[in-house]
Design a protein around this ligand. Structure first.
Ligand code: NI
Length: 177
């Protein structure tokens, strides 16, 4: 396994529509290795999620893992490691909730983003098996953030109020509590 370089805002891949992954590709050695590397890269950067375009690969693959000990998003309910191919939001709650988000591709910034409180997801798991998921709370937020990456969107595009945008240090100092 190896650490991958993270694409930052401004790299064209961050703004591209990612390609769906075929059933054949899902089982390929190259894609399975990419997934291992995405997981290692996410953990190394203390991310709670990562999408393939963030490592310069325009494919619809995301990985999510939330631990309450994560230093970037502490005290969030745990989500065990999960890899999804071609995730689609099928239905969602009508209500939204604002919460702080950052992004490995948008270093050192946080902003308050409204997200649907509950989403239902259809995808394939790492073995290519069809799965359906119900996500709520922070998990729903992370999934919506990562699915956005597959369509060339970042959290900044979702900010209703740019004045909430803050540097990480100032976030820690003024907004964390
Ligand atoms: Ni992100």
């Amino acid at each position: 396994m190896s650490l991958l370089k993270i694409a930052r805002l401004g790299h064209p891949k961050i703004r591209q529509e990612a390609e769906p992954v075929s059933a054949e590709e899902m089982h390929s050695e190259a894609i399975q290795r990419l997934i291992d590397d995405m997981i290692e890269t996410m953990r190394d950067a203390h991310g709670v999620g990562i999408a393939a375009p963030q490592v310069h690969v325009s494919k619809r693959i995301i990985a999510i893992e939330v631990s309450p000990e994560n230093p970037r998003y502490p005290n969030q309910p745990a989500v065990p490691l999960m890899v999804l191919f071609n995730p689609t939001i099928t239905t969602h709650a009508e209500t939204t909730l604002e919460g702080w988000e950052g992004c490995l591709s948008v270093p050192d910034l946080r902003g308050r983003v409204p997200r649907w409180t509950k989403v239902n997801i259809r995808a394939a798991d790492r073995r290519g098996q069809a799965v359906q998921l119900d996500a709520e709370g922070f998990f729903a937020r992370v999934i919506q953030h990562e699915v956005d990456h597959l369509h060339g969107r970042v959290f900044l595009d979702r900010l209703p109020d740019l004045s909430t945008l803050t540097n990480l240090r100032e976030y820690e100092q003024f907004w964390k509590h």
